[in-house]
Every structure is written in structure tokens, then in C-alpha cells.
Write a protein that binds this ligand. Structure first.
Ligand SMILES: [Zn+2]
Length: 557
């Protein structure tokens, strides 16, 4: 499950109405002063705070009611926000190195300069084009359909079905149809989006968008990349053991024709639409004896008559048990907890902070299963964090960084232990696994958490080494070769169900990329994210593989 916080509510704190006037924008000539910098920051903060409310509401309506009209409104609103964000970011760059700045002014200037998710260049029409592209991709993702048994199925249902289906042919059908119908058509738009936002990033003084994103961790982009590589090296042996063991068990279940004993694991066999978390196939990999936990959280929820609302209430109960105040009444009135029957929405789970005060919400298409029970605890982690910093000045009303924002809910979700399930009446005390089942519990956890790390890293490397640093749109073959190289580098080694060893990260997936939660930079664009995660064998896969073998890949490095 990919989980995000709303782009607008969190990652893109830079928002302001087009009517906001930068009265204290730095003069085109003359040396700026500290007093001017202070005034500039105060004005920017005020304008953005005022603007964000409307922009957030527009984005919410678009995400929960996708029509041509809401797409148009969201694109317009997004373009206005981008224009304002760019204006203040450029202004901030002028003041940033001024000596004698107070801590707060300096910090806020840095936030203004680096806070945009997808900057547009200042040339006429660029922000409108960029916003239209991102809105279109996001909505295409929300409306997208794959097939199962030849019949249309939406992304939310595919996500659930891939967790429980064990028929390889059906899994392949869902995976392939989703990627072909939803991911592949985004390729051209994604390439355009990349090109425009890289141009915007360069105007702000960054090498590309990837460098802009990696600058949000209180270290240089290069230091951040080196740190993630170092940490990955520490985890890699554990991942490789998990990968090898999982491949062996899949081979045992499905046979050589479906999953070979060596080489990559077929991505559609891993129980997740993006092959990013593998816990849904725990039943296949559980070792005899120690692996038999004796219960499944999804089965317990169903047996006890939980519905999506009751699951969210239970999530709130966890935070209440820690001493947090209950969620506001508006949370229950305004959240989207289940998928509306009569319209297109973006199901991709996210947490929103509409007014930077109390109007917090989640947007999910909750299903009664273990994944979504965890996701609820995760999303609420964002909401409680948002509420915890609501008294901060607007530019500070955000996470320490986006990774930290994700970590709160994920840490809390680790508390969904057998003991917790007993405390909330889901599990009988007599069914709590004994200490000799710890191996099983840890393996179950590793299937999700350890498997995710190379996935998150791969996406980051794809962005930073591929799309993020290439001025011109990346061609399919280039992307294929790069993805292949990065797979190897990240030890991920997952293959397309079609059997090819080469895939491309679909540009469409790129939209998703920005939204990924995880080890690296989690949250960027809401929604469309997931499609991106689509590792897809290209029509010209063989050719792409030949390119890779002949060193074309390295030429891209
Ligand atoms: Zn999240």
C-alpha cells in the first residue's frame, strides 16, 4: 500500500493566491537589507497561509470527485500556487546569503526556496502546462481500470485482489492490464512534466528537481544520497536473504514454469500491486511450525463485524489511549473513508490538513483487511502530527522532513501486535502466539518493511539518476536500461510477469514516484503515484535488453 500525505497539505506548503501581492519583493537593484528580508518573509508567510485554504479545498474536491470541471479547477488552482511559490522562492534566493539574518528568517528563506514540489519556470504558460499535466495524470490514475477475467476492475479493487489471489494467470492479467491501460499512457505527459519542472528547478538554482527534493534534509543533496546508500548497504544482506527465501517458497508453490529457482522474482506474485510490500503472501512463505501465527488480522476484523468506519474509530482509539484528544467532529463529517459508489475518486490513501488548524481528514477507499487496518494507523499518524504543530507559524507548520512525517504513523503501526489485538477485543488471549512463534512474527514484518527498502531506494535512484537529472524527456529505452541497472544496484531483482528481465519504470509511474512513502523521500504528488510504480516490460523489451547488454546503460550514467 502506498500511503501519502496530501501534496498540498504537507509537501507543498508553498501556496498563495494569485492575487497576493509581494509588496516587499526585493528591489531589482541595490543591496538587500536584513529588514527587507524580514518583511519579505512575513509577507510571503501571510500570503501563503491565506491562499492555501482555498487551494486545499479545490484539491480535495478534485481528488474525491473527479470530473472534467474539477480537473480544470484543480489545474488552475495548482498553476496559481506554483506561480506564487516560484515568485517567493526566487525572492528568497536573493536574500538567502545575506549576513546578519535571524535564525527564523534564514530558516524560512530556505523553506521558501526549497519547498516547492514541482517548480515551474517563469516563462509564460509554463505553470499552467505543468499543473494541467499533473492534474491529468492524477485523475487518470484515479479513474483507471485494469481487467480481471476480462472484466473491468478499478485500481483499489486490484490492490485488494492482488493481495489474496493465488492464480498466476489472474495475477498477470491484473498486473499487465493495469500497467498497459493506466501506466503506459502517461509516458508522454510524465516526460513533459519532468522536463518543465527540471527547467523550473534550474531557475531556482538547483541542478534538477531531484536535487531540490534531496535538499530538504538539512544536508546537501550529495550527502543525503551518500547516506541512503550507506544505510542500504547495512540492510542489503538481510534483504538478499529474504529475497532468496521468498523466491524458493514461490518456486515451491508455483513450480519452475511460473517462478524460476534463480533470477528475479516475478513481481505479480508478491501480493502487492507495486511489489513493494510482500506481507500479503506470508501464507506462502511461512515456515512450518514457527511460522504458524494462528490468526490473520483481516479474518479477525471480519469475524468481529468491523466495517471501515469502525476500523478508523479503532485507529483513533489507539491514539486516544496515548493521551491524544479525540479527532474533531469535522474529521468524521469530511473524510472519505470508503469509495463512493457513484463517482471517480483517487483511492490512494492520504492524510490531509486543509486549514493548518483543525480541519484534518483522511482519504481512503478502506477495505476490511489487515493492510488497511495498518494504513489507517499510518494515516492518522499524519493527522495527529499535523494537529500537533498547528500552533506554529505557517511556514513551520510541517514535518521536520517528509521522511519523519511518514515515520510517525509507521512507528505507531508497529504497535499492532497480538497483545494490542487482544486489548481491543479482536484476538482471544488464548490465541496469542507463544514465544516460539517470534520467527514467524518477525518474518511477517520483514516481508513488508525490509522488502520496501530497496523499492523506495530504487524509486529515488530512478528519479535522481534518471528522470530527475535528465533535461530532455527520457526515452523508453533509456528508462528501461536505467531501471535495469538500478534494480541490480539495489538488489531488487524483480521481474515483469511476462518473463522479461528488462523493464522500464513507466513515466506514468513517475507520478507515483513522487508520492512514494518510504525509506527515502516519501511524499510528493498525491494519487497518481501508484501507477508509476509500474515496472513494465516494454513492447520493445528485447531491444531494450540488448541496449543494456551492449553498454548503452552505462553511457547514460
Ligand atoms: Zn504517509
Amino acid at each position: 500500500m502506498i500511503r501519502t500525505v496530501s501534496l498540498i497539505a504537507l509537501a507543498c506548503a508553498i501556496a498563495a493566491p494569485v492575487s497576493a501581492q509581494a509588496q516587499t519583493a526585493p528591489a531589482a537593484t541595490g543591496k538587500p537589507t536584513v529588514a527587507q528580508a524580514d518583511a519579505f518573509v512575513a509577507e510571503a508567510e501571510k500570503a501563503m497561509a491565506a491562499a492555501s485554504l482555498d487551494a486545499n479545498r479545490v484539491a480535495w474536491v478534485n481528488a474525491t470527485y473527479i470530473t472534467d470541471d474539477t480537473d480544470a479547477l484543480a489545474a488552475k488552482s495548482g498553476a496559481e500556487m506554483t506561480d506564487l511559490g516560484v515568485k517567493y522562492a526566487l525572492g528568497a534566493a536573493r536574500y538567502a546569503s545575506l549576513p546578519g539574518l535571524s535564525f527564523d528568517t534564514k530558516r524560512k528563506l530556505d523553506l521558501l526556496r526549497g519547498g516547492l514540489t514541482l517548480p515551474a519556470p517563469t516563462r509564460a504558460g509554463a505553470s499552467e502546462e505543468l499543473s494541467t499535466l499533473t492534474t491529468k495524470m492524477s485523475s487518470s490514475y484515479g479513474k483507471g481500470m485494469g481487467t480481471l477475467d476480462g472484466k473491468p476492475i478499478n485500481g483499489s479493487d486490484i490492490e485488494a485482489a492482488m493481495g489474496s489471489t493465488r492464480d498466476p494467470a489472474k495475477l498477470t492479467e491484473m498486473w499487465t492490464s493495469w500497467n498497459d491501460k493506466v501506466g503506459a499512457p502517461m509516458r508522454g505527459d510524465y516526460a513533459k512534466m519532468t522536463s518543465i519542472s527540471n527547467e523550473g528547478a534550474r531557475e531556482l538554482g538547483y541542478k534538477d528537481v531531484g536535487a531540490l527534493w534531496r535538499s530538504g534534509y538539512d544536508m546537501t543533496p550529495e550527502q543525503f544520497a551518500a547516506l541512503t546508500d550507506k544505510i542500504w548497504k547495512q540492510v542489503e544482506p538481510l534483504y538478499m536473504a529474504l529475497h532468496t527465501y521468498t523466491r524458493w517458497k514461490l518456486n515451491e508453490k508455483y513450480g519452475d514454469a511460473v517462478q524460476a529457482k534463480t533470477g528475479p522474482i516475478r513481481s505479480d506474485l508478491l501480493g502487492n500491486m507495486w511489489a513493494q510490500e510482500w506481507g500479503n503472501i506470508y501464507d506462502i512463505v511461512a515456515p512450518k511450525g514457527a511460522g504458524d501465527l494462528g490468526f490473520d488480522t483481516g479474518d479477525l476484523l471480519k469475524a468481529k463485524g468491523y466495517d471501515p468506519l469502525k476500523m478508523v474509530k479503532q485507529g483513533e482509539g489507539f491514539y486516544s489511549s496515548l493521551g491524544f484528544a479525540p479527532l474533531p467532529e469535522t474529521f468524521w463529517k469530511r473524510s472519505q473513508i470508503t469509495k463512493p459508489a457513484d463517482r471517480d475518486v483517487i483511492c490512494h490513501a492520504s492524510a490531509w490538513d486543509i486549514d493548518a488548524k483543525d480541519d484534518i481528514r483522511i482519504k481512503m477507499c478502506t477495505k476490511v483487511n489487515a493492510d488497511d487496518f495498518v494504513t489507517i494507523h499510518h494515516e492518522l499518524g499524519h493527522n495527529y502530527y499535523q494537529r500537533a504543530y498547528k500552533a506554529q507559524p505557517f511556514l513551520y507548520a510541517n514535518g521536520a522532513n517528509d521522511g519523519f512525517h511518514e515515520a510517525i504513523g509507521d512507528t505507531v503501526a508497529l504497535s499492532i501486535t497480538p497483545d494490542y489485538l487482544v486489548k481491543i477485543g479482536l484476538l482471544d488471549q488464548a490465541k496469542v502466539p507463544s514465544a516460539d512463534k517470534d520467527i514467524g512474527l518477525l518474518l511477517r514484518q520483514a516481508m513488508d518493511k525490509v522488502a520496501f527498502l530497496p523499492f523506495g531506494l530504487l524509486i529515488d535512484k530512478w528519479l535522481s539518476g534518471g528522470v530527475g537529472s535528465v533535461a530532455a524527456p527520457v526515452s523508453g529505452h533509456q528508462a528501461a536500461g536505467r531501471a535495469r541497472r538500478d534494480q541490480v544496484r539495489c538488489g531488487r531483482e524483480i521481474s515483469h510477469p511476462g518473463g522479461g528481465a528488462v523493464y522500464a519504470l513507466l513515466p506514468g509511474a513517475g507520478v507515483a514516484v513522487p508520492v512514494l512513502q518510504g525509506s527515502v523521500r516519501p511524499v510528493r504528488l498525491e494519487g497518481a503515484a501508484a501507477s508509476l510504480l509500474v515496472l513494465r516490460q516494454q513492447g520493445g523489451g528485447d531491444e531494450a535488453e540488448r541496449d543494456a547488454e551492449h553498454g548503452a546503460v552505462e553511457a547514460l550514467a
